[in-house]
Design a protein around this ligand. Structure first.
Ligand SMILES: [Zn+2]
Length: 251
Protein backbone atom coordinates (compact mmCIF):
# COMPACT_ATOMS: atom_id res chain seq x y z
CA UNK A 1 0.00 0.00 0.00
CA UNK A 2 1.13 3.51 -0.76
CA UNK A 3 1.12 6.12 1.99
CA UNK A 4 -1.04 9.23 1.30
CA UNK A 5 2.18 11.21 0.86
CA UNK A 6 3.33 8.78 -1.85
CA UNK A 7 -0.02 8.96 -3.63
CA UNK A 8 0.48 12.72 -3.92
CA UNK A 9 4.17 12.59 -4.77
CA UNK A 10 3.77 10.11 -7.63
CA UNK A 11 0.31 11.18 -8.80
CA UNK A 12 1.41 12.25 -12.30
CA UNK A 13 2.90 8.85 -13.11
CA UNK A 14 0.22 6.84 -11.27
CA UNK A 15 -2.35 8.28 -13.70
CA UNK A 16 -0.42 6.94 -16.72
CA UNK A 17 -2.61 4.23 -18.33
CA UNK A 18 -1.81 0.74 -16.92
CA UNK A 19 0.64 2.23 -14.39
CA UNK A 20 -1.62 2.86 -11.42
CA UNK A 21 -0.85 2.52 -7.71
CA UNK A 22 0.08 -1.08 -8.38
CA UNK A 23 2.89 0.07 -10.67
CA UNK A 24 4.09 2.52 -8.07
CA UNK A 25 4.12 -0.22 -5.44
CA UNK A 26 6.27 -2.33 -7.78
CA UNK A 27 8.75 0.53 -8.08
CA UNK A 28 8.79 0.90 -4.31
CA UNK A 29 9.72 -2.77 -3.91
CA UNK A 30 12.32 -2.69 -6.72
CA UNK A 31 16.07 -2.90 -6.19
CA UNK A 32 18.27 -1.55 -8.96
CA UNK A 33 22.04 -1.73 -9.23
CA UNK A 34 23.81 0.97 -11.24
CA UNK A 35 27.34 0.17 -12.35
CA UNK A 36 29.00 3.59 -12.60
CA UNK A 37 28.03 6.99 -11.20
CA UNK A 38 29.46 9.08 -14.04
CA UNK A 39 27.87 10.53 -17.18
CA UNK A 40 25.28 7.76 -17.64
CA UNK A 41 24.92 6.74 -14.00
CA UNK A 42 24.10 10.27 -12.87
CA UNK A 43 20.93 10.87 -14.92
CA UNK A 44 19.82 7.23 -14.61
CA UNK A 45 20.11 7.38 -10.81
CA UNK A 46 18.48 10.81 -10.54
CA UNK A 47 15.39 9.78 -12.51
CA UNK A 48 15.09 6.39 -10.83
CA UNK A 49 15.29 8.11 -7.44
CA UNK A 50 12.66 10.65 -8.52
CA UNK A 51 10.37 7.87 -9.80
CA UNK A 52 10.25 6.19 -6.40
CA UNK A 53 12.50 3.14 -6.80
CA UNK A 54 12.86 1.52 -3.38
CA UNK A 55 16.57 0.77 -3.33
CA UNK A 56 19.56 1.67 -5.48
CA UNK A 57 23.05 0.26 -5.17
CA UNK A 58 25.58 2.45 -6.93
CA UNK A 59 29.06 1.14 -7.67
CA UNK A 60 32.04 3.30 -8.63
CA UNK A 61 35.67 3.25 -7.51
CA UNK A 62 36.56 6.75 -8.74
CA UNK A 63 36.86 10.10 -7.04
CA UNK A 64 35.33 13.25 -8.53
CA UNK A 65 37.65 15.22 -10.80
CA UNK A 66 37.20 18.64 -12.34
CA UNK A 67 37.09 17.12 -15.84
CA UNK A 68 34.01 15.04 -14.85
CA UNK A 69 31.79 18.04 -14.22
CA UNK A 70 30.67 18.74 -17.81
CA UNK A 71 28.54 15.59 -17.79
CA UNK A 72 28.47 13.83 -14.41
CA UNK A 73 25.68 15.91 -12.95
CA UNK A 74 25.43 14.12 -9.60
CA UNK A 75 28.79 15.67 -8.75
CA UNK A 76 29.29 19.36 -8.15
CA UNK A 77 32.18 21.80 -7.65
CA UNK A 78 32.26 21.11 -3.93
CA UNK A 79 32.67 17.36 -4.49
CA UNK A 80 36.04 17.45 -6.26
CA UNK A 81 38.29 14.93 -4.53
CA UNK A 82 35.39 13.04 -2.87
CA UNK A 83 34.47 9.46 -3.64
CA UNK A 84 31.88 9.54 -6.40
CA UNK A 85 29.59 7.12 -4.58
CA UNK A 86 29.55 9.32 -1.46
CA UNK A 87 28.70 12.36 -3.55
CA UNK A 88 26.01 10.36 -5.40
CA UNK A 89 24.53 8.99 -2.18
CA UNK A 90 24.22 12.45 -0.66
CA UNK A 91 22.41 13.91 -3.69
CA UNK A 92 20.07 10.95 -4.19
CA UNK A 93 18.95 10.71 -0.56
CA UNK A 94 18.48 14.49 -0.59
CA UNK A 95 16.20 14.13 -3.60
CA UNK A 96 14.05 11.36 -2.15
CA UNK A 97 14.22 10.60 1.57
CA UNK A 98 12.44 7.25 1.14
CA UNK A 99 15.12 5.87 -1.20
CA UNK A 100 17.63 3.44 0.26
CA UNK A 101 20.99 4.08 -1.38
CA UNK A 102 23.91 1.77 -0.99
CA UNK A 103 27.23 3.27 -2.09
CA UNK A 104 29.96 0.82 -3.02
CA UNK A 105 33.39 2.22 -3.83
CA UNK A 106 34.89 -0.81 -5.54
CA UNK A 107 36.27 -1.75 -8.93
CA UNK A 108 34.03 -4.35 -10.59
CA UNK A 109 36.07 -7.49 -11.20
CA UNK A 110 35.59 -11.18 -11.90
CA UNK A 111 36.05 -11.77 -8.18
CA UNK A 112 33.31 -9.47 -6.86
CA UNK A 113 30.86 -9.11 -9.76
CA UNK A 114 28.45 -11.85 -8.67
CA UNK A 115 28.16 -10.58 -5.10
CA UNK A 116 27.74 -7.00 -6.36
CA UNK A 117 24.83 -7.86 -8.68
CA UNK A 118 23.07 -10.76 -6.95
CA UNK A 119 19.57 -10.16 -5.62
CA UNK A 120 18.81 -7.11 -7.77
CA UNK A 121 15.86 -6.73 -10.14
CA UNK A 122 17.63 -4.70 -12.83
CA UNK A 123 21.24 -3.87 -13.68
CA UNK A 124 22.06 -0.56 -15.36
CA UNK A 125 25.24 -0.54 -17.44
CA UNK A 126 26.66 2.93 -16.89
CA UNK A 127 30.28 1.99 -17.47
CA UNK A 128 32.84 3.53 -19.81
CA UNK A 129 34.71 0.45 -20.99
CA UNK A 130 33.63 -2.61 -22.93
CA UNK A 131 35.52 -5.21 -20.90
CA UNK A 132 33.61 -4.36 -17.71
CA UNK A 133 30.40 -4.15 -19.72
CA UNK A 134 31.04 -7.70 -20.98
CA UNK A 135 31.63 -8.89 -17.43
CA UNK A 136 28.34 -7.32 -16.35
CA UNK A 137 26.54 -8.78 -19.39
CA UNK A 138 27.84 -12.28 -18.74
CA UNK A 139 26.99 -12.12 -15.03
CA UNK A 140 23.53 -10.67 -15.69
CA UNK A 141 22.82 -13.64 -17.98
CA UNK A 142 24.16 -16.09 -15.39
CA UNK A 143 22.03 -14.54 -12.64
CA UNK A 144 19.04 -14.04 -15.01
CA UNK A 145 18.77 -10.34 -14.20
CA UNK A 146 17.62 -7.88 -16.91
CA UNK A 147 20.52 -5.72 -18.08
CA UNK A 148 20.14 -2.28 -19.60
CA UNK A 149 23.06 -1.16 -21.72
CA UNK A 150 23.97 2.44 -22.53
CA UNK A 151 27.04 3.96 -24.16
CA UNK A 152 28.12 7.35 -25.46
CA UNK A 153 30.75 8.90 -27.69
CA UNK A 154 30.75 12.62 -28.49
CA UNK A 155 27.21 13.47 -29.59
CA UNK A 156 26.26 9.85 -30.26
CA UNK A 157 24.64 7.47 -27.81
CA UNK A 158 23.38 3.90 -27.87
CA UNK A 159 21.03 1.86 -25.72
CA UNK A 160 19.72 -1.70 -25.66
CA UNK A 161 17.83 -3.82 -23.12
CA UNK A 162 18.86 -7.42 -22.56
CA UNK A 163 16.49 -10.01 -21.10
CA UNK A 164 18.61 -13.06 -20.24
CA UNK A 165 17.58 -16.11 -22.23
CA UNK A 166 15.03 -14.15 -24.24
CA UNK A 167 16.88 -11.50 -26.23
CA UNK A 168 20.21 -10.73 -27.86
CA UNK A 169 22.96 -9.76 -25.44
CA UNK A 170 25.83 -7.29 -25.55
CA UNK A 171 28.24 -9.97 -26.72
CA UNK A 172 25.88 -10.83 -29.61
CA UNK A 173 26.09 -7.16 -30.56
CA UNK A 174 29.80 -6.46 -30.15
CA UNK A 175 32.28 -9.05 -31.32
CA UNK A 176 35.49 -7.08 -30.85
CA UNK A 177 36.96 -4.76 -28.26
CA UNK A 178 37.88 -1.20 -29.18
CA UNK A 179 41.09 0.17 -27.64
CA UNK A 180 40.61 1.98 -24.33
CA UNK A 181 41.10 5.66 -24.92
CA UNK A 182 39.99 9.05 -23.68
CA UNK A 183 36.90 9.79 -25.73
CA UNK A 184 34.86 12.97 -26.28
CA UNK A 185 31.47 13.45 -24.62
CA UNK A 186 29.00 16.33 -24.65
CA UNK A 187 27.13 16.14 -21.32
CA UNK A 188 23.71 16.10 -22.95
CA UNK A 189 24.47 12.79 -24.70
CA UNK A 190 24.68 10.65 -21.53
CA UNK A 191 21.78 12.68 -20.13
CA UNK A 192 19.60 11.41 -22.99
CA UNK A 193 20.90 7.84 -22.92
CA UNK A 194 20.86 7.59 -19.10
CA UNK A 195 17.22 8.73 -19.13
CA UNK A 196 16.40 6.10 -21.77
CA UNK A 197 17.99 3.48 -19.51
CA UNK A 198 15.94 4.71 -16.53
CA UNK A 199 12.78 4.63 -18.69
CA UNK A 200 13.47 1.04 -19.72
CA UNK A 201 14.06 0.03 -16.07
CA UNK A 202 10.79 1.63 -14.97
CA UNK A 203 8.81 0.03 -17.85
CA UNK A 204 10.33 -3.34 -17.09
CA UNK A 205 9.48 -3.18 -13.38
CA UNK A 206 5.97 -1.79 -13.85
CA UNK A 207 5.31 -4.12 -16.81
CA UNK A 208 4.25 -1.55 -19.38
CA UNK A 209 5.27 -0.77 -22.95
CA UNK A 210 7.61 -2.43 -25.40
CA UNK A 211 11.21 -2.84 -24.31
CA UNK A 212 14.33 -2.09 -26.33
CA UNK A 213 15.13 -5.76 -26.80
CA UNK A 214 16.72 -7.17 -29.97
CA UNK A 215 17.21 -3.65 -31.23
CA UNK A 216 19.92 -1.09 -30.68
CA UNK A 217 18.70 2.47 -30.38
CA UNK A 218 21.16 4.98 -31.79
CA UNK A 219 20.93 8.66 -30.93
CA UNK A 220 22.78 10.97 -33.30
CA UNK A 221 22.92 14.40 -31.68
CA UNK A 222 24.89 15.95 -34.53
CA UNK A 223 22.02 15.47 -36.98
CA UNK A 224 19.40 15.10 -34.24
CA UNK A 225 18.15 11.73 -35.37
CA UNK A 226 17.15 8.53 -33.62
CA UNK A 227 17.55 5.29 -35.54
CA UNK A 228 17.47 1.65 -34.56
CA UNK A 229 19.23 -1.48 -35.71
CA UNK A 230 17.78 -4.97 -35.37
CA UNK A 231 20.08 -7.18 -33.27
CA UNK A 232 19.87 -10.95 -33.56
CA UNK A 233 21.02 -13.50 -31.00
CA UNK A 234 24.31 -14.96 -32.12
CA UNK A 235 23.96 -18.74 -31.97
CA UNK A 236 27.48 -19.33 -30.75
CA UNK A 237 27.58 -16.33 -28.42
CA UNK A 238 30.03 -16.97 -25.57
CA UNK A 239 27.64 -15.31 -23.11
CA UNK A 240 24.11 -16.28 -24.07
CA UNK A 241 24.47 -19.01 -26.70
CA UNK A 242 26.05 -22.39 -27.25
CA UNK A 243 29.54 -20.98 -27.01
CA UNK A 244 28.97 -20.07 -23.32
CA UNK A 245 31.64 -20.42 -20.67
CA UNK A 246 34.67 -18.79 -22.26
CA UNK A 247 36.04 -15.38 -21.45
CA UNK A 248 38.08 -15.04 -24.58
CA UNK A 249 37.34 -12.05 -26.70
CA UNK A 250 38.19 -11.85 -30.38
CA UNK A 251 39.14 -8.82 -32.39
ZN1 LIG B 1 24.75 -13.16 -26.64
Amino acid sequence: MLAPEEQVRYDRQIIIPRFGEEGQEKLKRARIVIAGSGGLGSPAAIYLAAAGIGAIRIIDHDVVEQSNLNRQVLHWDKDIGRKKVDSACEKLTGMNHALKVEAISETISEQNVVSLLMGFDVIIDAMDNLLTRFLLNQTAIKLKIPFIHGAVYGLEGRAMTILPGASACLRCLYRGIPPKEKFPVLGTTPAIIGCIQATEAIKLIVGIGRLLTNRLLIYDGTNMKFTELAVKRFENCEHCGKGGGTNEYHY
